[in-house]
Design a protein around this ligand. Sequence first.
Ligand SMILES: Cc1cc2nc3c(=O)[nH]c(=O)nc-3n(C[C@H](O)[C@H](O)[C@H](O)COP(=O)(O)O)c2cc1C
Length: 370
Amino acid sequence: MTDTLDPLFQPLKAGALNLRNRIVMAPLTRSRADHKTLAPRQINADYYGQRASAGMIIAEATQIMPEGQGYAWTPGIYSDEQIAGWKLVTDAVHAKGGTIVLQLWHVGRISHRDLQPGGKLPVAPSAVKPEGKAFTETGFKDLETPRALELDEIPGIVAQYGQASKNAIAAGFDGVEVHGANGYLLDQFLRDKTNLRTDAYGGSIPNRARFLLEATQAAVDAIGKERVGIRLSPVSPANDCADSNPEPLFTYVTEKLSEMGLAFLHVIEGETRGSRAPEGAFDLSVLRKAFKGVYIGNNGYDPKLAAARVANGEVDAVAFGRPFIANPDLVERIRDGAPLAQPDEATFYGGDAKGYVDYPTYREADAKVA
Ligand SMILES: Cc1cc2nc3c(=O)[nH]c(=O)nc-3n(C[C@H](O)[C@H](O)[C@H](O)COP(=O)(O)O)c2cc1C
C-alpha cells in the first residue's frame, strides 16, 4: 500500500457502528430476492459475505412495506420470511468480522401499479407524474401519476420506519440507513418540484422536512440514534426530483439530523452515478460543517480521491458503489494496488449468479491466469 492511501485504512467509530476501514460499500439494488416472498436467499448471503471486508456494508434499498416497492424482485423487511432471509446475510458478513446496516426504502411515486398491492396507484406527497420508466416483472413501463397521500395516512408510514428498524435488528443488522436520497418518498417530500402540499407537510422548509425527520426519529426511537444513519442526495436530479433552492433546505435538514445525534450522514455528492459537480449545485461542504457526526461521501470516487478527501477532513469515510460490484475484494485491491475490474451493466438488475457472485478476487483471477 502506498502511504497516500493510508487514511482509508484507519478504523472509525460511527455511533455504535465499528468500521475497520473507511471503505464503505454503497447500497446497490440488484433485484435478486426470492421472486415470491421478496426474501433474501443463500445467494444474497454469498454476495454480501464476499464483500465483508468493507469497513461497513450498506445493504441494498429494502422496502419497509409492500407499498414501498418500485422495482421487480427487490427485498423487503416487513415479513418473517424476509427477516429470516436477511439473517442469512448478516450471519455471513458477521462471520467474517464485517459490519452491515440495512437501507430502509419507500419509493413513493417511483413505482407502478403492477408492483403495488391490489394493483393500486403508487403514493406520493402530491399527484405529480415523474418522467421515466418503472422496472416491473414484465419489463419497463411508463411511470404513472401517483395518488397524493392523505394527511391521516402519514403516521402509519412513519411508524413503519420504526417497525422496519426493529425488524432489521431482529435480522441481525448492526443498524439502518434511512433512504432520504435519489428522488424516493422522503426526498419527494423534501423538494418543491414534487411536494405541492398545503398542509403541515408542504410549503415551508420545516414543513417539507417534517416527514423525513419524523421517519428518522421513528427509527431512532425504535433502535437508538447510535444505530441510525441517513442518506441524502441534495443536488441529484435522480428520479426527476428537484428543488428550486436546495441549499437552505438541505442545510436545515442536516442541522436537524445533527441535533438528533445520528451515527452518520451519507451524502451523494453531485448527480447520482454522474457528474460530481453538476451545473447549479451548491457547495456541499456546508453540510459537512453542519453535521456533528460521521460524514460519508459518495459518487464517482477512486481510491486516490477518497484517501485525499479523508486525509484533509472533507469526509470521514467514502462509499463505493459500482466498484464493489466487480471487485468483491475492493479493500484488498486498494491496499495492494491491484487493478480494479469493470462491472457488466447488463447484469446489474435481476438474474442470478452471473454478474453477481461470480466476480473473482484478484488473487483468484491471478491464479487462473497462472
Ligand atoms: C446497480 C446500482 C444499484 C443502485 N442501488 C441503489 C440503492 O439501492 N440505494 C441507493 O441509495 N443508491 C443506489 N445506487 C447508487 C449507488 O449507491 C451510488 O450512489 C452510485 O453508484 C454512485 O457511486 P459510485 O460512483 O461509487 O458507483 C445504485 C447504483 C447502481 C449502479
